[in-house]
Design a binder for this molecule. Structure first.
Ligand code: ADE
Length: 222
């Protein structure tokens, strides 16, 4: 899967994708990250990519032309999703991430300032995605979150021990609590059932804990 990322800060994307599980997926060529610097497509000699808003008001607006030219410089198949990271978008969910993980290519556009000239959104964007109801300084952290969430669902990206069979949201329940050595930490003991070796009882306990947790922490997803 290739992620083309249109951004003013390609290093933010490159750095994020160089580490941990995503870094490994890039090295093994399961995931390809192609940041594109929007400034490279500016036409005036100052490298200008933003301008004052028509109608007045505070802030700057990212000009349509450099973003459009960056987009047209990428040869992608028709129907490739073109996602604008924006707090106005639909909130990213595990289900949407699953669907996106089946794409061959995805184009991500990171905005800054007051956002993009509306006409480039109308022209090329197929969907707007938000990572939550709060405002970031730019789209890059959101693009990294999307790349991370989608990539780990691509077969081969997670190792066996990082499996996502039982994880939160795959069953609409939060995960049960986990413990490892030592058996007692600051007087807190590992639940006895986990030391019993009785697999059916352990399964049952874990399911009950998942239900309890979901009811108390995230009743909205039940
Ligand atoms: N850009 C600024 N805030 C954002 C958010 N919450 N989600 C996605 N992109 C953004």
């Amino acid at each position: 899967m290739t992620f083309h990322v249109l951004t003013l800060f390609p290093e933010m994307i490159r750095e994020f994708c160089a580490h941990s599980i995503i870094g490994r997926a890039v090295k093994s060529e399961i995931v390809d990250i192609k940041p594109l610097n929007i400034r490279d497509f500016a036409v005036n000699k100052h490298g200008q990519v933003d301008d004052a808003p028509y109608g007045g008001g505070a802030g700057m607006v990212m000009m349509a032309q450099p973003i459009f030219d960056a987009y047209t410089s990428i040869a992608v198949q028709k129907n490739t999703p073109v996602i604008y990271l924006s707090p106005q978008g639909r909130i990213l969910t595990q289900n949407r991430a699953k669907a996106l993980s089946k794409e061959k290519e995805i184009i991500l556009i990171c905005g800054h300032y007051e956002g993009l000239d509306e006409r480039v959104i109308e022209e090329i964007v197929t969907e707007e995605v938000s990572i939550g109801d709060y405002i970031l300084t730019g789209g890059e952290p959101a693009a990294c979150v999307l790349i991370d969430t989608v990539s780990r669902l691509i077969p081969g990206v997670l190792g066996k021990e990082e499996s996502h069979q039982n994880e939160s949201f795959s069953t609409n329940l939060l995960e049960y609590p986990h413990y490892t050595r030592p058996p007692v930490f600051r007087g807190r003991e590992v639940p006895e059932v986990l030391l019993s070796g009785h697999h059916a009882n352990i399964e049952k306990w874990r399911h009950e804990e998942s239900l309890k947790r979901t009811k108390s922490k995230r009743p909205d997803i039940l």
